[in-house]
Structures are given as C-alpha cells and as structure tokens.
Design a protein around this ligand. Sequence first.
Ligand code: PLP
Length: 264
Amino acid sequence: MHHPPAIKPNQPTVNSPSTMPMTDFPNPLNSNLSVIRARIECACRAADRDPAEVRLLPVSKTVDVATLRAAYSAGLRELGENKVQEALAKSEVMADLTDLRWVLIGHLQTNKAKYAARFASEFQALDSLRVAEALDVHLQKLGRGLDVLVQVNTSGEASKFGLPPEEVEGFVRQLPAFTALRVHGLMTLAALSSDQAEVRRCFVRLRELRERLRQSAPEGVHMDELSMGMSGDFEMAIAEGATTVRVGSAIFGQRPAIRPDTDA
Ligand SMILES: *Cc1c(COP(=O)(O)O)cnc(C)c1O
C-alpha cells in the first residue's frame, strides 16, 4: 500500500530562510520552541481558541547575549526581561538588531524609569502613578511611546507586586493623562502554589477584571491583553483567556534559583 510521505518537502520550519545562516549548526533553541508552540496550539484547540490570538513572549532574564542572538536567529523578535539595567545593557550590545522589541515584565522603581524610557517597547508591570508619570516625562523628552500593561496582584501574596484588583479601575481612570503610555490590558503572576485550583483562580480573577474594565475604561485605554501564564502554567492560562504567555525556562533552560517577581 502506498503511504504519503510523513514530512512534506516544503513544510515551514521555525527558521525562515532569511534568518537561518546556511553554515550554522542547528539552533539548539529550535526544538524547545517547536515544543512550546505545539503546546500552545494544543491548549488553544482544547479551549476552542485561535492560536494566532496567543502571543509567546520569550523571557530571557539571566540568559547571556550569545544565546539571545541565537534566539533572534531562531526568529524571535521580542524578549522579556525583569530587571531594567540588565535589559538596557543587553539592548545596547544588541543594538544592531533594530527590529528586536524589549519588553520589561518586572517591577520598576521610579528612579529607573529614565532607563526604561530609552529602549523598552513595552512595560507589563505598571502599578503606580509615580512610575506612570516618571515614564511619561522621560518618554515625552525622547519623543517615544510605550505599550503598557497594568500589573494586578491576583494572588493576594504580600511578596508580589501589582495593584489589588479593587484598585485597578480607579487607577486606570488616571492613565489617559500620560499620553506617551499606550495601555493595552492587564498582567498578573499567579500564586506560587502547587494547588492548581488556586493558580487557576488568579487567571480567572484577571479575566473577570478585564471584562468589567472593558465597560468602564476611559477613552484611549484598551483592555484587550491578558498577560498571564509562565513555563509551568501557560496551558491553564490559555484556557482562561491569556493573550500573552511569558515563557522563560521552557525555552532557555533552568535559571539559577531566584524568585520570579524580584525588583527591577
Ligand atoms: C521569569 C518570569 C517569567 C517566566 O518564568 P518561567 O517560569 O521561566 O517561564 C514570567 N513572568 C515574569 C514576570 C517573570 O519574572
């Protein structure tokens, strides 16, 4: 009996021909990336969602520049970092990659807003008006804009940054004053817990908050994005409506042990 070939000759791969140097060894990140993309697709299919609605944000904190260049060769065009100075240093040595977006996902101190304003394309951890104002001032000076998500503390853990859910509506109402900030939605870190139900409650809380805010958000403030889910829980986050999943160790390997939500 005749069987069709298992692999079609023109099947697309992670690398487009233009980003894959012909002489390179196989990029070691490719297999991790294909596994993650397949898991995202699978989670989307299970939730009856279009995989095109879910953005994979690779989290590259503590990862060295050589590996980040490999990530770029593998086709990645955004990198998430939680410490502003580490990210700034990396962006400076990789400034030749002009289409690479730097996404800050960690708490930012007001006095470091000036660094973020210089190079970041997106900031997912906005949780105070002081930081919003400092970012806006520096961005205006540089003639830059910044995509922003508001970080919400959905777990109630004292160690986590982010606004308590009940304060987000009033906070968001103040944001149109900062015209360099383009607000797109919400971000959260789920409870650090082995109890799946507790983790899921965090994701549900963020989604429900967004539904409420969609009714009340002021002109110019968008509530489309839900950034939630990391290497250990992104499938559940997708089931609960994540539009961005932030994946680090499942792409780049285990980091030295540190708390994920440390100060920038
Ligand atoms: C480190 C980090 C991640 C990624 O965590 P992994 O478990 O490595 O996928 C996601 N979000 C934030 C805010 C982080 O600091």
